[in-house]
Design a protein. Structure first.
Lengths: 578, 192
């Protein structure tokens, strides 16, 4: 049946049709919806793991156990999972295994713009790269056959415009694949040096086999057109290039690694001018150059951000687009914390206290933006706690009394607790604030080990943040509602002063959760408003100045009452107050 | 390979995703090739958001670049002004006149520009500017601005009206169906 389907959903459909039975992932934009969609199939066991490394190891275990298994992550998640990735290349698989990794060129929702194709080459694994939803479905389905045929986990590289674009797919039936027999095989699965030496030989033999396969497979396609212009490309860049130059000759690569050397040479010999069009790094280009092929690439195109058909027309043909411009200064509209966001009270307090804040990955990274500007660093998942420890070891105990780490509940489970153990073990005295909003927020509300629900929304054991901190050796653990500004400030001040590690858990659920009751919008009594702009200091998008007085946008306000707490003249009123 | 290119722009949280999915469904049901490119993640949090819908015999690139949009449907006035350069020469701009201050305006670092509709008109842009919030509130919910705007757009693209109402029915939760169908009708009327 023909359907309009998100790339991520098409991957999930491919998993279903391929008879995959186990999926374990950690959410990360733009990969998240794959696993959310997988969870809707009763035939597939699907879970959120605490982090990508655990997810990949679960998928490896399931594969060894004979199942067709899957894990998904964003590009930076693959860094976390790199350890198992490289050795799973040695062990190979039993049941087929697929790893989806979604890159984010343009950094729509990421902290860097790394190119995951390098992992395929470094780990010596096959990587498929679809160009639309139909290929997402087909490549996913086929990947399991390839995985089992060549005895390797297969990588599926997606990017934001593939993951988050809907295009037409034709769905098929599910193939039921029986669980393969598990046979104890330490030479293959116990990677101690003696065995790993043998497996490395197998990996290099496999390299020859997959390179030969890439030369003649259905995923790499030559589309001969005008021979004056030849373009080698893949992924979404193929769509941009094909739209810009429909008459040109194309070598469309559906396998990003290994690259088909003979096919590249043959195609190069057929065309006059040859371009390599790929977003981010010159991965295909470098391979072409190593083969001695004359190609144009990154000397013409940027290493940064996303491409488009217009950009390629301009760079290759010198065609400039025609468009209107307004002679007007249009203010930017950066993302902000939502009205009623439980993080707002905390960042307002940290801003007022003027402390150094080591930040982490989540909605609360927005605490770095004006007017709160209460963040000094953000590196990667978990780096708030471990980074703060290093910072304070470098700068001494006075620094520890004037700095905090902030980390969300899901990020704390992901890789925060190890940093906390480093603090207690190594006699640090840093103060850590865990922002427990009862959900994984930024990626769109995924359950995590602290929420008491599984990916499939089944009630489960709820991991206690307090008890984990206790177990790590923290004696000073405080819990506070971040909207109770007075109490919050008092607790932070006390814990900063303490000569031992402390954890403050700011607990208030994400306002976007359905179970959180929204109150009717507040309003401003203009007669009472003294235009002090205290309420603007919390950076709530619902509050602005109109004709010299504060005003609350009734369509945005959820009645959280944070602004009312700051309004000394009492001008901010509940809906039923005059 | 001519495609019709439509951008749906607004402020994160205004429901641009649903609007693009309604439009995507209409084009699919009419037998055309279509791509809908969405925004998820951080940029959704009250930031400037854009989704692209492209349809025709064959659609390749999922994105729309400067000078390529046949239609821009904007949920907010400042966003309409922001995306004007993406309009094709002779393209049509449909915008809600609702104003939502971005954070730099709230903090006083910038001003919300005045007279935007007139300034856009002065550039020769074919613009339909109207208050889409009132009909949404009339239908029963401020969040129905997205469906009001799809009602307006439906009068310009030449697809059967039943395709639109079927798409609305299929894509909104059952308890909000009647409200949204009413919002759609009010949008059709607003188009004149």
């Amino acid at each position: 049946m023909k359907q309009l389907m998100l790339g991520n959903k098409a991957v999930a459909r491919g998993l279903y049709e391929a008879g995959c039975t186990i999926a374990s992932s950690y959410p990360g934009t733009p990969s998240t919806e794959i696993t959310e969609e997988v969870a809707k199939f009763e035939e597939i066991y699907a879970e959120w793991a605490p982090n990508e490394k655990v997810a990949m190891e679960a998928a490896i275990g399931a594969s060894i156990g004979g199942a067709r298994s899957f894990c998904a992550m964003k590009h930076v998640g693959l860094n976390v999972a790199a350890d198992p990735l490289f050795t799973a290349s040695y062990t190979g698989v039993n049941g087929g295994m697929l790893i989806a990794v979604a890159d984010d060129p343009g950094m729509h929702s990421s902290q860097n713009e790394q190119d995951s194709r390098h992992y395929a080459e470094a780990a010596k694994l096959m990587m498929l790269e679809p160009s639309d939803s139909a290929e997402c479905l087909q490549f996913t389905k086929d990947a399991f056959e390839l995985s089992e045929r060549f005895d390797l986990p297969v990588l599926l590289r997606l990017s934001t415009r593939i993951s988050h674009s809907q295009s037409i797919v034709d769905t098929g039936e599910r193939q039921d694949v029986p669980l393969r027999e598990y046979k104890k095989n330490p030479q293959k699965y116990v990677m101690m040096p003696g065995n790993a030496k043998g497996r490395h030989v197998a990996v290099e033999e496999r390299q020859r086999a997959i390179k030969a396969y890439a030369e003649n497979c259905p995923y790499n396609r030559v589309e001969m057109g005008d021979r004056k212009l030849g373009i080698i490309t893949g992924g979404v860049a193929y769509q941009y290039a094909k739209e810009a130059f429909p008459q040109a000759s194309f070598l469309k690569l559906g396998i990003s690694y290994p690259l088909p050397e003979q096919l590249l040479r043959d195609f190069a010999a057929e065309v006059e001018t040859l371009y390599v069009v790929e977003e981010l790094d010159p991965f295909i280009e470098n391979h072409c150059r190593a083969l001695g092929l004359e190609v144009k690439g990154k000397e013409e195109f940027t290493l940064l951000y996303e491409y488009s058909q217009t950009y390629l027309r301009e760079r290759i043909a010198g065609e400039k687009p025609e468009y209107l411009t307004l002679d007007e200064n249009i203010p930017v509209r950066p993302p902000v914390m939502c009205p009623g966001c439980p993080h707002r009270g905390l960042f307002y307090t940290l801003h007022k206290l003027g402390v150094t804040v080591f930040g982490d990955i989540g909605c609360y990274t927005l605490g770095a933006a004006p007017p709160l500007q209460a963040m000094d660093t953000t590196v990667c998942m978990g780096a708030s706690i471990s980074g703060l420890h290093g910072f304070n070891k470098a700068r001494g105990s006075e620094s520890a009394k004037n700095s905090v780490a902030v980390i969300g509940d899901s990020t704390f489970m992901h890789s925060g607790v190890t940093g906390l153990i480093n603090i207690t073990y190594n006699k640090g005295i840093s103060t850590v604030i865990v922002l427990d909003n009862s959900i994984t927020g930024m990626t769109g509300h995924q359950q995590n080990p602290t929420t008491g629900l599984t990916l499939k929304n089944e009630p489960t054991y709820m991991v206690s943040i307090e008890k984990m901190c206790e177990g790590a050796g923290v004696r000073r653990i405080r819990v506070v509602d971040p909207n109770e500004l007075y109490e919050l400030k008092k607790i932070i001040t006390e814990e900063l002063a303490a000569d031992e590690p402390s954890v403050i858990i700011t607990r208030r659920p994400c306002v976007l959760l359905k179970k959180v009751k929204k109150n009717p919008p507040f309003h401003v009594d203009r007669a009472r408003c003294v235009s002090c702009k205290m309420c603007l200091g919390i950076g709530c998008p619902a509050i602005s100045m109109k004709e010299g007085k504060a005003q609350i946008d009734a369509t945005l306000c959820v009645g959280c009452d944070l602004c009312q707490r700051l309004c000394k003249p009492g001008a901010i009123k509940k809906h039923d107050e005059d | 390979m001519n495609t019709t290119n439509i951008m749906i722009v607004g402020v994160g949280g205004q429901g641009t995703l649903l609007a693009s999915r309604i439009l995507g469904s209409v084009t699919l049901q009419s037998g055309l090739d279509v791509k809908v490119s969405e925004v998820h993640g951080m940029s959704q949090r009250g930031g400037s958001v854009v989704t692209y819908v492209k349809y025709g015999e064959k659609v390749l690139s999922p994105v729309i670049d400067k000078g390529e949009a046949d239609y821009i449907v904007s949920f907010e006035l400042l966003e309409a002004a922001r995306w004007v350069p993406y309009l094709k020469m002779g393209g049509k701009l449909i915008t809600n006149t609702q104003q939502i201050d971005p954070m730099p305006v709230i903090t006083g670092a910038a001003e919300y520009p005045k007279g935007l509709v007139e300034k856009i008109k002065a550039k020769g842009v074919d613009i339909l500017a109207f208050d889409a919030l009132s009909p949404a509130l009339q239908a029963g919910n401020a969040k129905a601005v997205n469906v009001v705007l799809m009602g307006v757009l439906s009068t310009m693209l030449g697809f059967d009206k039943s395709l639109w109402t079927d798409a609305v029915k299929a894509l909104v939760p059952e308890k909000l169906r009647q409200l949204n169908l009413e919002a759609f009708e009010l949008g059709v009327k607003a188009a004149g």
